[in-house]
Design a protein around this ligand. Sequence first.
Ligand SMILES: Cc1cc2nc3c(=O)[nH]c(=O)nc-3n(C[C@H](O)[C@H](O)[C@H](O)COP(=O)(O)OP(=O)(O)OC[C@H]3O[C@@H](n4cnc5c(N)ncnc54)[C@H](O)[C@@H]3O)c2cc1C
Length: 411
Amino acid sequence: LTAQKLLIVGGGIGGLGAALAAGRRGFDVTVLERAPEFVEIGAGLQLAPNATRVLKGLGVLDSVLDVGVLPDRLVLASAISGDELTSLDLRDFDQLYGGPYVVIHRSDLLSILYQACVSEPNIELRPGQAVVEVNPMSSTGGGVHVRCADGSEHFADALVGADGLRSTVRTLVDQSEPIFSGYVAYRGALPLEQVAAPTTTNDVMAFIGPGIHFVQYPLRRHTLYNQVAVFRSQRWLDGRDDWGTPEELDERFVPACDHVRTALSSIQRNARWPMYDREPLDNWRAGRSVLLGDAAHPMLQYLAQGACQALQDGSALAQSLATARETGSEVEWALETYQQQRIEPTARVQRHARIWGELWHADGLLESLRDVYLRDRDPADQRFVAPIYSHPPATESDQAARNLAGSTGNR
Ligand SMILES: Cc1cc2nc3c(=O)[nH]c(=O)nc-3n(C[C@H](O)[C@H](O)[C@H](O)COP(=O)(O)OP(=O)(O)OC[C@H]3O[C@@H](n4cnc5c(N)ncnc54)[C@H](O)[C@@H]3O)c2cc1C
């Protein structure tokens, strides 16, 4: 059975990105989304070149650039002194990596993907469909079958679990729980004029310090401003029930510099996000179902890569499915090829994100050593980011799938 009809569970950035990638390659796609509408939270998102190359390939990068912001630099500064520690120049990224570095409001990106999906006649978007049961091989005809909370049933040739951190589809291959990092985030985008202390530069700022960090950047053509405050919850470590509260947020930022504390006064406090990840898996596939995005590889946000990797997953999956169709290979082959391409690089980013978080939040000797290193670092040095931002050039992954098709035949 080669795949023609795909079911995607979850209509976040990963699910809609995959739907568009597959729909543009002529597959019939149905996206089942639990929420009554396709929405994202009101906060910003950084999109590195590995994601903007995918968006370019999907034909939506111009729309993204139209509402996004092209920052000049990523800056790491001390949350305690406010002093700049190091920076990464982003302005030549189009030449260096074949895609720009963009910051965008999440709902702007989701609505661009949504509109692009709506304009493809072979993509059906179904909100209000919470998948509660998944059969990776149905008893009828060898395809996949899911049941939703309202009793409705859906059949397809292949199933993609893009249903996020607490994925239902993932339970086919893994029963573990997400791992709480002990860190909590408060975040949100505000009209620029309501922000207590915006920075004046066109940079993504990350103020890092012992057990805390604070991120700021402009959004939506500089009319909105994104802020994220993250702290290690001492109260959670102490076993208290009242952990991660706005009071603890204020307590934890007491040592921060004036700029960060002033900025903190205008952070949104109505919702908190405890930060989770999981250990990398070595298999995302069960029969004709496979995982993608946070369902497959939830990661801590310190490298700003979760959504970027999800977009890359969707592109790689659509390429594998298309190669299978061209070569007459089975669905299982396409899903296997996809996971062979994506598990190793996403696992690396998952692991590195944890280490990056430890460096950001270091104190004592490690903090001092880090700062010495960062202050001496050349802003043009791309060694840490190049493996992530340049992986893989689109044509290479296409070629890898073809090579695999040639070497394994039609299984
Ligand atoms: C503070 C913070 C900052 C971040 N910053 C960045 C950044 O700058 N850049 C970046 O690339 N990443 C960033 N990330 C990570 C990024 O947000 C996620 O990796 C990304 O949104 C994952 O997308 P997804 O589509 O895989 O999952 P989700 O966005 O979680 O979408 C899953 C969808 O599935 C639906 N769903 C769930 N269960 C079911 C079901 N049973 N049936 C039907 N539908 C279901 C949900 O309603 C949801 O719409 C950040 C994360 C955090 C927490």
